[in-house]
Design a protein. Sequence first.
Length: 289
Amino acid sequence: MLETADRSAAVSAPVRTSTAPGEFKISDQEFTHFQRLILELAGISLSAAKKPLLVGRLSKRLKLLGIDTFGGYFRHITMAGNGDERQMAVDLLTTNETYFFREPKHFDFIAETALRHRQAEPFRVWSAASSSGEEAYSVAMVLAEKLQNSAWEVIGTDISMQVLSRAQRALYPVERAEHIPLPFLKKHCLKGLRDQAGQFLIAKHLRERVRFLQSNLLDPVKELGKFDVIMLRNVMIYFDTPTKQKVVANLLPYLKEGGHFIVGHSESLNGLAPDLLGIQPTISRLVQR
């Protein structure tokens, strides 16, 4: 798929072009090639309306690399040996909008579920599209409050190394604390001083229980173990139906029987997995059939 020798002519022959910030233009044919690539690599469907966004986000890479056209950049990132630049393109085209305690009822549900946990093994939650870590650390705050010294763990994964790096630093601008309950903020976050003024750091006792790994939803990292809760929120809105089915099928083997699968409020699991029983509009339980 990544060898482009047979595509060169098609990519380099612009038809209509679209302008966006800067001097670069992209033809309809070139944009189609990027659409197919991001769909294959990340499962994300870029609509035609996203053309200016693609140009705006990737133009800086063309300038930095001294490449004059999007056709040339496409050939560059799909050549063997250019995996790092290909990953950079994926990072730039992946939407990573998130914030602490987004859709708060989900965290109430996790709190209640954790309190009912009576098994010997740790209570485990997977933030399967963790972005820059706000979701994973929100879960960690809830579990620290409800389970305290009991065993628990949060795993955060994302396809983007850029956002995972930010998640691992666990350092955020103070305005990102807006939705964190004040008692949690005081107990689980540290105010930045001197060169970290205007920022806050997630406390060490939480960072020690949260792990971040790179993983593609189309091919999840192996040996993650089983989870009591899998959160896949506000990402499937970018997938077509076949991709949604594949992603859910990929994640279900990691969910314990009786475990819960949570999606965003604008998403649904209806018709995607027969073994998932809806118990609330955005929450399903894995049942044995």
